[in-house]
Ligand binder design. Structure first.
Ligand SMILES: Nc1ncnc2c1ncn2[C@@H]1O[C@H](COP(=O)(O)OP(=O)(O)OP(=O)(O)O)[C@@H](O)[C@H]1O
Length: 915
C-alpha cells in the first residue's frame, strides 16, 4: 500500500457538529499524523468547524493523509452538513470536499494506473510464464490450472476495474452514489489487493517451485546429456575399434584371397600335370594288362601243373608214410632202450654197478665183489640213457614211434624193470603238474594232439583212451567212476581197432588236459587198489591204451592206430625168495606174464609163425600192438645200486633176449641159449597147429552132421560128436573155445545194457576164475610137461575135460557166436594161439560210431563163428588188420607145413577148402 492511500472508514465524523474541536485537533495534529486527526475528529473533536478543518487541510499537505482518513473526514463533513444546515453545504466545506474528492480521484487514478501497470506487468509475467509453462507443461501440469485461475481473476479484476471506472464517472455526477460506489470499490480494491497479494505470494511460490523444477529438470537434462555424450564417445570408440578390426580383417582376407589365387593356380598346374600323368598311366595300364593277360595264361598253365601235383599229393603222402614205416622197419620193429635211474637221496653212489655207457647203446655192468670175467657183463641195446638223462631226451627218441600211430600203426611202449627202478618215472613222471617232469605217457599224447592239429587240413583225428590194470591175471578198468572191481574179458583175436578189452570204458579226449585228468583218475583207482592189496601198484601192470582214428579228408580213407603205454609190474624174482601166500601168487603171475611177454616179443623178433599171445592177460591185451607192423619199444629200467646187481643182470638178460635177435649184435654170443628157447617155441607151435587142425576137423564134422541129419536134435548131435570125440582123442579138443561164447551184435556199444553188462560180468568173472586156475595150472604144467609130453598130448589133455559141455553147447548152435573172449578159452590154455584175423571186423570201434566201415575191412568179414584161417586178403592200413592177416597167413602156412612135416593124425584130414 502506498503511503497516504485512502483507507475508507464506515463511520465518518460530522465535520459541522464537531467543528471547534475538529479544528483544534486538526491544528494540533497537522504536520504530525493526519490519521490521528481524523480519529480525533470522529470521536472527541466532533465539534471542529469545517473552516478550521479546511484551513488545517490547507496548511497541512493532504498528500500525507490516508485515503481512509480523507473519506472519514469527507463523511464527517457531509454528515455535519446534513444535520446542521439542512442539506446546505458551506463554501469552504464544499471546497474541502472538492479537494478531498480530487485527492481521492487522483489517488484512485493513481491506483488504477498502478493496477494497470501491475496488470501489464502481470500480463507480461503471465505471458512469460505461459511461455515457460508451455515449455514445461509436461512437468508442471498443475501450474496451468493455477494460471487459468489467475487469468480468470485477472479478468475479473479487469471487469471490476471497468466498473470502478464507470463508478468514478458516475461519482462525479452523484457524490453519494459515488461515495458508496467508492466504498464498495475500496472494499473490492482491498479484497483485490489481498487477493493480489495472495496471488503474488502463490505466484512467487509457483515461480520458485517452477524454477526449482526447471533447475532440476535442467540438471537432469544436463546429466542425461553428459551420459549421452559419454555413450556417444564410447560408441565412437567402438566404431573406431570396429573399423580397425574390419580393416585388419579385410587385410587378412585380401591376403588369403591372394593365397587362394596362388593355390588355385598351383592346383590348376598340378591338374594339368595329373592329366598328363593319368594319360601316361592309362597307357601303362593297358600295357600292364596286356602283360598280365600273358602272365595269367602262363600262370594258368602252371596252376594246372600244380593242380595235377596236388592231386598226387595224397599219393605222395601215402608214399611218405610207407617210406617212413619202411625206415622204422629198417630200424627194427622192436626196440629196446635202457634207462638207468640216478641214486636216490640216501643211497651210496660208490656202490654203482654201471661201469660204462657207450654212445651206441653199449652198457657194461660190473659187480665189484666178483673178479674177472664173471664180475663184468657187456650188453648192447638200441640206446642207453644214463642217470642224467632228462625226460625230454628220453621222449625225443620215442617220438617217431608215436607219430606212426597217426599213420594207422599200432605201437606198444612198455617199461620193464625191478621195483623202484624208475618204470613209473619214465612212463608217467614223478609229477603230472610239472610239464618238465612229464613222462612218456603225457608227452606222447601231447605230441599226438599236436600232430593231429598240424594235420588238420588233411586229416580229421579222433582220440579215445582206455586204462586198465592187470593184477593176478585179472583185468580191471581204472577209469570207472563206480569204483567197481569188475573183472573184464579180453578178445581172443587181434581187433582192427586195437580194442582188446571191450568192456573197459573208453573216453574221448580232445586235449592233453583231458588225458591228464583221466590219468589222474586212473592213478587214483590204482592207488585205491594198492591200499587194499598191499603195494599193488608194484605188483600189477598198468596199461594205458590210446585209440586213434583218422579220416583222410581228401580220400575218405580211415586210418586206425593204437598206442599201448604199459607200466609193468616189478620184475624182481620173488619166486626165488621165500615168498609165500599172496606174495608168491603175485610173483608167479608177474613172472608168468613177463615171461609170456618175452616169449611174444621173441617170437615176433624171430618172425615166428606162431606168437603165443594167449599165455597171459598182458600179451592178450597188447596183442594188437605187438607183432605184425606194430612197433614195440621197451624201456629197460635199471637200479644202479650194487645190492640190485643180480636183478639188474637178470633184467638186462631179459632185455637182451628181446632185442638181441632182432638186432643181431648179441645173437652170436647167445646162440646156444637162443636155440634152446627156439626149440621150446617150436614145440609150443606144434601144439597150436595140432589144436587148430583138430578144431577144423570138428567143425567140418559138425557141418557134415548138420547136412546129413538136418532133423537131428542138438542134444543128439552133441552126443554123436562126443562119441566121435571119445573115439578119437585128437578130436576131443574141438569145442574147447565155444562153451563161453556169447552172442553180441556187431555194432554194439562198449557200454551194453545193464543185463548185457551183468551177463558179461558173470562171463568175465567166470572166465577169470577159470583163467586164474587154468593159467596158473597151465604155466606149471607147461613147464613140467613140455619136457616129457608130446605137445599134441598136452593140448589134448588140457582140453578134454570140458569136451562134453563144449560139445553140448555147440550142438545148441552157439558155434554161430560172433565173438569170443579170450578168457573163455583159458580153461583150455595152450601156449599157442592163432593170430587169426577172422574176427577183426565184428566189433566196431564205438568211440567213432559214425564211422563207415571201409570196404577193405568188410572184405575181411569172416563167416560168423568160423575160426578157419582165411587166405591173406586185401586189407586196410590198420595196424591190427595187418597183424591179423599177416599172422593168420603165417599160421596157415605153418599149419600146412606142420601138418605135412609132423605127420599128425589130423593132418591127413585137411579139408579141401583149407588146401
Ligand atoms: N630218472 C630218474 N630221475 C630221478 N628220480 C628217479 C628216476 N627214476 C626213478 N626215480 C625215482 O625213483 C623212485 C622209484 O621210481 P618209480 O616209482 O618210478 O619206480 P618203479 O619201477 O615204477 O617202481 P614200482 O615197480 O614199485 O612201481 C621214485 O622216487 C622216483 O622218483
Amino acid at each position: 500500500m502506498q503511503p497516504g492511500s485512502i483507507t475508507p472508514s464506515p463511520e465518518s465524523p460530522d465535520p459541522h457538529s464537531q467543528e471547534p474541536e475538529l479544528s483544534t485537533a486538526l491544528l494540533y495534529h497537522v504536520g504530525q499524523k493526519f490519521d490521528e486527526v481524523c480519529q480525533l475528529k470522529q470521536g472527541k473533536n466532533s465539534n471542529l468547524s469545517s473552516a478550521k478543518i479546511l484551513e488545517m487541510m490547507k496548511t497541512n499537505n493532504l498528500d500525507n493523509a490516508s485515503t481512509h482518513s480523507l473519506l472519514n473526514v469527507l463523511n464527517g463533513i457531509l454528515d455535519e452538513s446534513i444535520q446542521r444546515r439542512n442539506g446546505e453545504v458551506p463554501q469552504n466545506i464544499a471546497h474541502l470536499l472538492k479537494m478531498i474528492v480530487q485527492e481521492i480521484d487522483e489517488r484512485i487514478s493513481t491506483q488504477v494506473e498502478h493496477i494497470k501497470n501491475q496488470n501489464n506487468h502481470i500480463k507480461a509475467s503471465e505471458e512469460r510464464y505461459q511461455a515457460r509453462t508451455r515449455l514445461l507443461e509436461t512437468l508442471a501440469t498443475g501450474a496451468s490450472e493455477e494460471t487459468q485461475i489467475v487469468m480468470n481473476q485477472l479478468q475479473h479484476i479487469k471487469v471490476e476495474k471497468a466498473k470502478m471506472q464507470d463508478r468514478e464517472k458516475l461519482g462525479e455526477q452523484d457524490i453519494v452514489r459515488l461515495m458508496k460506489e467508492k466504498e464498495n470499490s475500496d472494499l473490492a480494491v482491498l479484497a483485490l489487493k489481498e487477493e493480489l497479494d495472495r496471488m503474488k505470494i502463490n505466484h512467487a511460490e509457483n515461480c520458485l517451485h517452477l524454477a526449482t523444477r526447471a533447475n532440476n529438470v535442467t540438471l537432469e537434462f544436463e546429466e542425461r546429456l553428459k551420459e549421452t555424450e559419454n555413450l556417444l564417445t564410447e560408441s565412437r570408440n567402438k566404431a573406431r575399434e570396429l573399423e580397425a578390426i574390419s580393416e585388419s580383417k579385410v587385410h587378412s582376407w585380401k591376403k588369403k584371397e591372394h593365397k587362394y589365387h596362388k593355390f588355385i593356380g598351383f592346383q590348376f598346374q598340378a591338374l594339368r600335370e595329373l592329366r598328363l600323368a593319368s594319360g601316361s598311366i592309362k597307357k601303362e595300364i593297358i600295357n600292364t594288362q596286356r602283360n598280365w593277360q600273358g602272365e595269367i595264361k602262363i600262370l594258368g598253365k602252371k596252376l594246372k601243373g600244380l593242380t595235377d601235383a596236388a592231386e598226387n599229393y595224397h599219393m605222395v603222402l601215402a608214399e611218405n608214410r610207407k617210406l617212413y614205416n619202411e625206415v622204422q622197419d629198417l630200424k627194427g620193429n622192436i626196440r629196446v632202450y635202457c634207462r638207468i635211474r640216478p641214486f636216490l637221496p640216501g643211497q651210496s653212489e660208490q656202490q654203482t654197478t654201471i661201469e660204462y655207457i657207450g654212445e651206441n647203446g653199449e652198457l657194461l655192468v660190473a659187480n665189484p665183489s666178483k673178479q674177472g670175467k664173471d664180475g663184468r657183463r657187456m650188453f648192447k641195446f638200441n640206446k642207453v640213457f644214463g642217470p642224467a638223462a632228462s625226460q625230454e631226451e628220453v621222449f625225443l627218441d620215442t617220438q617217431p614211434l608215436i607219430r606212426s600211430v597217426l599213420d594207422g600203426y599200432n605201437v606198444c611202449i612198455f617199461a620193464y624193470g625191478q621195483t623202484g627202478s624208475g618204470k613209473t618215472y619214465t612212463m608217467s613222471g614223478p609229477n603230472a603238474s610239472s610239464e618238465e617232469d612229464w613222462g612218456v605217457n603225457y608227452r606222447a599224447l601231447n605230441d599226438l594232439f599236436l600232430m593231429s592239429r598240424n594235420r588238420r587240413n588233411t586229416f580229421m583225428y579222433e582220440v579215445g583212451v582206455q586204462m586198465v590194470e592187470i593184477y593176478n591175471e585179472q583185468v580191471r578198468d581204472l577209469l570207472t567212476n563206480d569204483g567197481s572191481q569188475k573183472r573184464l574179458g579180453i578178445w581172443t583175436t587181434s581187433q582192427p581197432n586195437g580194442l582188446a578189452v571191450p568192456d573197459a570204458s573208453m573216453h574221448a579226449v580232445k586235449s592233453t588236459a583231458d588225458v591228464l585228468e583221466l590219468m589222474q583218475i586212473g592213478q587214483m583207482n590204482r592207488a585205491v587198489g594198492a591200499t587194499a592189496l598191499n603195494e599193488r601198484s608194484s605188483r600189477s601192470h598198468s596199461v594205458l591204451t590210446v585209440h586213434v582214428r583218422g579220416v583222410d579228408l581228401e580220400t575218405g580213407v580211415t586210418l586206425r592206430g593204437s598206442l599201448h603205454l604199459v607200466d609193468l609190474a616189478g620184475s624182481e624174482r620173488v619166486d626165488r625168495s621165500e615168498a609165500t601166500g599172496d606174495r608168491l601168487k603175485e610173483a608167479q603171475h608177474i613172472n608168468k606174464s613177463l615171461s609170456a611177454l618175452g616169449d611174444v616179443i621173441f617170437a615176433l623178433a624171430q618172425k615166428s609163425p606162431h606168437v603165443p599171445y594167449r599165455n597171459s592177460k598182458l600179451t592178450q591185451v597188447l596183442q594188437s600192438s605187438l607183432g605184425g607192423q606194430a612197433k614195440t619199444l621197451m624201456f629197460v629200467q635199471l637200479n644202479p645200486d650194487l645190492a640190485s646187481y643180480s636183478e639188474t643182470v637178470s633184467t638186462l638178460k631179459f632185455a637182451e633176449r628181446v632185442s638181441g635177435v632182432e638186432l643181431g649184435a648179441a645173437r652170436s654170443n647167445k646162440e646156444g641159449k637162443d636155440v634152446r628157447e627156439l626149440m621150446e617155441q617150436v614145440a609150443s607151435l606144434r601144439d597150436t597147429i595140432t589144436k587148430k587142425d583138430e578144431e577144423i576137423e570138428r567143425l567140418l564134422m559138425l557141418k557134415d552132421l548138420r547136412t546129413q541129419h538136418p532133423n537131428l536134435s542138438n542134444e543128439k548131435r552133441g552126443r554123436s560128436l562126443a562119441k566121435h570125440a571119445s573115439s578119437s582123442p585128437s578130436r576131443a579138443i574141438l569145442g574147447v573155445h565155444s562153451h563161453h561164447s556169447r552172442k553180441m551184435s556187431s555194432g554194439r556199444s562198449f557200454r551194453s545194457t545193464d543185463k548185457a553188462a551183468s551177463d558179461q560180468d558173470n562171463c568175465s568173472e567166470y572166465s577169470d576164475q577159470q583163467s586164474e586156475t587154468g593159467s596158473q595150472q597151465s604155466l606149471d604144467d607147461f613147464r613140467q610137461q613140455k619136457e616129457f609130453l608130446p605137445p599134441s598130448k598136452l593140448a589134448i589133455r588140457d582140453s578134454s575135460q570140458n569136451f562134453l559141455e563144449d560139445a553140448e553147447l555147440l550142438a545148441f548152435g552157439n558155434g554161430d557166436s560172433e565173438e569170443r573172449l579170450s578168457d573163455i578159452s583159458d580153461s583150455g590154455l595152450s601156449m599157442g594161439t592163432e593170430t587169426d584175423g577172422s574176427m577183426c571186423s565184428i566189433v566196431e570201434f564205438t568211440l567213432f560210431p559214425e564211422a563207415v566201415k571201409p570196404a577193405e575191412t568188410t572184405e575181411q568179414m569172416p563167416v560168423p563163428g568160423s575160426r578157419i584161417p582165411r587166405p591173406l586178403q586185401k586189407h586196410t592200413q590198420t595196424g591190427s588188420t595187418h597183424l591179423a592177416s599177416k599172422s593168420s597167413s603165417k599160421a596157415s602156412t605153418s599149419s600146412r607145413k606142420s601138418s605135412s612135416g609132423q605127420g599128425t593124425g589130423s593132418s591127413t584130414k585137411q579139408p579141401k577148402r583149407w588146401q
